[in-house]
Design a protein around this ligand. Structure first.
Ligand code: SAH
Ligand code: SF4
Length: 392
């Protein structure tokens, strides 16, 4: 067994290559670029991980690849489907760490929420990923491997044939799982390039969203290297408040962030920025905050997405009550800003935002954790873990 493992680690994982790198790798093997495209289609469109199944590649190439390369997504630790159809996978990224991938089916689309880091260094006050601290960056294969695994698992579950003509399950990707994508820039961009490539997932730039807490220089870099839809986690209407919620704000305050949003829009595939705003009871959710926001974003074409806070033990924060969220949204809408409120999904499997953390390390203490959650639920009553539906 250990001998086998040693051989495995020497193999190159083809999920680590973006389209150009795969062409370069095939070049090293003496193959023309179109072979790389064929290979990429087998991997990312057919979901094939065995070289001997890649029937239009020369046998000699298949044999060469089998001795040097592999197609390996990270292992799945658990796979749960919520009563509302949301499906969550817990992905093993080694050394007791895990990240989460969540699929959210809707009538006309299927969105996959993927993680880019194990833990996160930004340490936002309301985020349980941040509370875990930073563990490590995910590799390209760990990031794109979430999409690869999810797409083909979903097809398998539905009995849909693989292959480019197989009905696509994932139509949108959001980088809103664990981690700050722009602090793991190169692997994130490599994964984005695969998502967009016609010989891989072929998603439109408008359907792939990077969410950032506001890493200003990297927003500029993304606009040059791989502009996709951008969501910015705003969460506050002034610097004093945002400093307390998102420590990164001290480095890149709101005036710089707003300027970066305007610059990004010159290159973005969409003509607006999505501002995410986590609704925290008594912290950032008054009408005055809403009015301050309107002034803050007046020069940035944008939409707002209000996220009802998902409480977790020890956060010390509460979710704003539904009528407050509604009133807040109304102030923004009265000023002509398109505002939606996120419906929290998958609460019964802990797949809601900000709850995507800490499970694996805690698995030995599941009982204790459940107890804690139950106590918390009692304390915060009806707002805890409920599906919140607010229609505009
Ligand atoms: N690091 C990136 C992307 C991952 S977080 C970012 O911060 O944008 C995805 C979204 O979930 C962010 O808007 C984040 O602020 C929000 N979020 C984090 N914890 C949350 C919680 N407990 N309740 C509601 N939203 C939360
Ligand atoms: Fe990191 Fe985003 Fe969580 Fe902040 S909200 S700690 S940036 S994952």
């Amino acid at each position: 067994m250990s001998g086998e493992r040693k051989v495995m680690t020497a193999l190159v994982n083809l999920l680590d290559f973006d389209p150009e790198q795969l062409i370069a790798y095939c070049g090293e093997l003496g193959e023309k670029p179109f072979r790389a495209k064929q290979l990429q289609r087998w991997i990312h469109q057919f979901g094939v991980s065995q070289f001997d199944q890649m029937t239009d590649l020369a046998k000699s190439l298949r044999e060469k690849l089998a001795t040097r390369a592999m197609i390996a997504a990270p292992n799945v630790i658990s796979d749960n489907t919520s009563s509302d159809g949301t499906r969550k996978w817990l992905i093993d990224v080694g050394q007791g760490n895990a990240v989460e991938t969540v699929f959210i089916p809707e009538e006309n689309r299927g969105t996959l929420c993927i993680s880019t880091q194990a833990g996160c260094a930004v340490n936002c006050r309301f985020c349980s990923t941040g509370k875990q601290g930073f563990n490590r960056n995910l590799s390209v294969s760990e990031i794109i491997g979430q999409l690869w695994m999810a797409e083909f698992e979903l097809r398998k579950t539905k009995g849909i044939a693989t292959g480019p003509k197989g009905e696509r399950q994932i139509t949108n990707v959001v980088m809103m799982g664990m981690g700050e994508p722009l602090l793991n820039f190169d692997p994130t961009v490599a994964a984005l390039r695969l998502m967009l490539d016609d010989n891989a997932y072929g998603l439109s730039r408008r359907r792939v969203t990077v969410s950032t807490s506001g890493v200003v220089p990297m927003m500029d870099k993304l606009s040059q290297e791989c502009p996709v839809a951008l969501a910015v986690s705003l969460h506050a209407s002034n610097d004093a408040l945002r400093d307390g919620l998102i420590p990164l704000n001290k480095k890149y305050p709101l005036s710089e962030l707003m300027a970066a949003c305007r610059r990004y829009l010159e290159f973005a595939p969409r003509d607006f920025i999505t501002f995410e705003y986590c609704m925290l009871d008594g912290v950032n959710d008054s009408d005055e905050h809403a009015r301050e926001l309107i002034r803050l974003v007046r020069d940035v074409p944008c939409k707002f997405n209000l996220i009802p806070f998902n409480p977790f033990p020890e956060s010390g924060l509460k979710r704003s009550a539904n009528p407050r969220i509604k009133a807040f949204a109304q102030v923004l809408m009265d000023a002509g800003i398109v505002t939606t409120t996120r419906k929290t999904r998958g609460d019964d499997i802990d797949a809601a935002c900000g709850q995507l953390a800490g499970e694996v390390k805690d698995r030995t203490r599941v009982q204790e954790r459940m107890q804690k959650m139950a106590e918390y639920q009692k304390k915060f009553g009806e707002n805890f873990g409920k599906i919140v539906e607010i229609t505009q």
